[in-house]
Ligand binder design. Sequence first.
Ligand SMILES: NC(=O)c1ccc[n+]([C@@H]2O[C@H](COP(=O)([O-])OP(=O)(O)OC[C@H]3O[C@@H](n4cnc5c(N)ncnc54)[C@H](O)[C@@H]3O)[C@@H](O)[C@H]2O)c1
Length: 304
Amino acid sequence: MRKIGVIGLGHVGATIAYTLVTKGIADELVLIDSNAEKAVAEEYDLRDTISRLDTFTKIIPQKYSALQDADVIITAFGNISSIKMDGDRFGELNYNAKVVSEVAQKIKNSGFNGVLINISNPCDVITTLLQRQIGLSKKQVLGTGTFLDTARMQRAVGQAIHEDPKNISGYVLGEHGESQFTAWSTVEIKGHPIAEVASARGLDLDELDQRARRGGWLVFSGKHYTCYAIATCAIKLTLAVLSDAHLACPTSVYLENYAHYIGYPSVIGRQGVIEVNKINLTVEEQAKLDNSAKVISEKLGTLK
Ligand SMILES: NC(=O)c1ccc[n+]([C@@H]2O[C@H](COP(=O)([O-])OP(=O)(O)OC[C@H]3O[C@@H](n4cnc5c(N)ncnc54)[C@H](O)[C@@H]3O)[C@@H](O)[C@H]2O)c1
């Protein structure tokens, strides 16, 4: 039996819930939102969907205690309308930090002992707060982090050279925010290092890095939220946990040397973060990672 909880049923949470139901991934789905009307609306839209599906999902609305034996909780609470068009994901910091204190206590009281995947922004800060306040092990808590930004880098490079983005491998690392960076030393196209392809095809890597970083704002500026790509990232991570896939991907993971969560290569399976996959970065990339960690650390500091 696969039991999943989604907390926060806005654009992102509702897209995730719909995907979990229509793909038959969840046998039981706990749906929670502080907006009671919104929760009922999403619950019944999904119940009506189930009438036409070949699979059945038991929907359990608004019940934290039902999370006790859940395999995965996905947190997608927030207030996206508080984000201005200036490209700063820290706009939700104070709001979501307050939500954490409420939600973390309720998750803790439920006795949940599975894997928590956080989406709420600022992702690295909120993931750090959730882990600290729920008290689950650092392996059991992760954030989507730069998994989405890496998809955007794959899209930017793929578009530039007319390749399927899935043929581009490598990592965007650091904060899920403005200080993120593409670690070009890790990027390959069908096994060819990007440096080779860039010189042969005249690619401007700085510009592609910028396109990956600004990718979210391209979507946000048109519809004032993003949903499909982040939901797909969360679903992929959920499936990696449920099937113990040992999926190698960048997520927001706890790094001892920074003492908080940050986007870094990891391996995801049944227990959550199976491994923090330490890789060799160039001196320049390491400096960018350190800088990104400083940005996250400073924001955490403002909350103390
Ligand atoms: N990490 C990423 O890559 C990524 C990508 C997209 C969005 N996000 C973030 O995900 C979050 C959700 O985005 P959205 O567009 O769905 O926002 P949204 O404003 O549409 O939805 C947020 C939902 O959370 C609910 N909520 C607020 N406080 C709550 C609480 N105390 N308990 C339970 N539910 C609560 C709200 O009622 C609302 O339905 C935001 O923080 C957003 O910035 C992150």
